[in-house]
Design a protein around this ligand. Structure first.
Ligand code: ADP
Length: 262
């Protein structure tokens, strides 16, 4: 479904993604795990075609920037890009029309309901709290129901209800045979249905394991993660993980510890 072949992305002299190659099968849920700055967002932005890079990327056999690939692939960015002067409903309507969706009203209602935005439908983009913006961002990404969806750090900023709902949505999409690529730097947040984990560190692919391979190795995801990223300062990762912004957004993580089971 997704073929990434020798992809390198440099910002000036800095190599953010370094000669990455991997393949995702149709219907797989893949977690892209790595500390902050590992290159996860850069990889996703390259796949969706927002960045120039070296190497080749195809989606369902089509070059990633082709119209055919765009029909198949969706992307939910980490940072919501909302219009300050459009309401929640207008954002959804606008996107549905841009995708020339038919009979989209029920799907809009269902998504707003699930992410507790129904009573916010008349609020403007700049009237929404950060968490509400994140939820609208999710609803917008889910609306076209693409065959393959990339979600960049989707749990950040969500309240517990929305996290649960998002996990349900991910499971449903998995059951429907959709292909998902979900980035995160928080190991605990991926105790969900996943088929494959890619570990990225300093722009390099450190591991590409299926759930079966991990189970057969009798290791936890966390153990495997630290094994393949040895040498990277764990202090550095903890600092990244417990940034004040995230703690405020998701207080329950503070209690469990972001890498708490270690
Ligand atoms: P992640 O998503 O894993 O946190 P990113 O892909 O955002 O990592 O960043 C990878 C590296 O590229 C980091 O060192 C980051 O500072 C750098 N980087 C990201 N975006 C830019 C940019 N627009 N210009 C320069 N450097 C960037």
């Amino acid at each position: 479904m997704l073929d990434v072949s020798h992809v390198t992305k440099k910002y000036g002299k800095m190599t953010a993604v370094n000669d990455l190659s991997f393949h995702l099968n149709p219907g797989e849920v893949t977690v892209l795990l790595g500390p902050n700055g590992a290159g996860k967002s850069t990889l996703m932005k390259s796949v969706i075609g927002f960045l120039k890079y070296q190497g080749e990327i195809t989606v369902a056999g089509y070059p990633n920037k082709s119209v055919e690939a765009r029909r198949v692939l969706g992307y939910i960015p980490e940072m919501p890009a909302l219009y300050p002067n459009l309401t929640v409903s207008e954002h959804m309507e606008f996107l549905a029309r841009a995708y020339r969706m038919k009979d989209y009203k029920d799907r809009i209602e269902m998504l707003l309901e699930r992410f507790e935005l129904s009573d916010k439908r008349k609020k403007f983009g700049d009237e929404l709290s950060k968490g509400m913006q994140q939820k609208l961002n999710l609803c917008l990404g889910l609306l076209p129901d693409p065959q393959m969806l990339m979600l960049d750090e989707p749990m950040i900023g969500l309240d517990p209800h929305a996290i649960k709902e998002l996990k349900n949505v991910i499971e449903e999409m998995h059951d429907q045979g959709k292909t998902l690529l979900i980035s995160t730097h928080i190991i605990d947040s991926v105790d969900m249905l996943w088929d494959r984990t890619l570990v990225l560190q300093n722009g390099l692919l450190r591991a590409n394991v299926t759930r079966k391979e991990l189970d057969d190795s009798n290791k936890t995801l966390e153990e495997m993660f630290f094994e393949v990223t040895e040498g990277v300062s764990q202090e550095h990762m903890r600092e990244d993980a417990v940034s004040e912004e995230e703690l405020n957004a998701e207080p329950e993580k503070k209690k469990s510890g972001l890498f708490g089971r270690r």
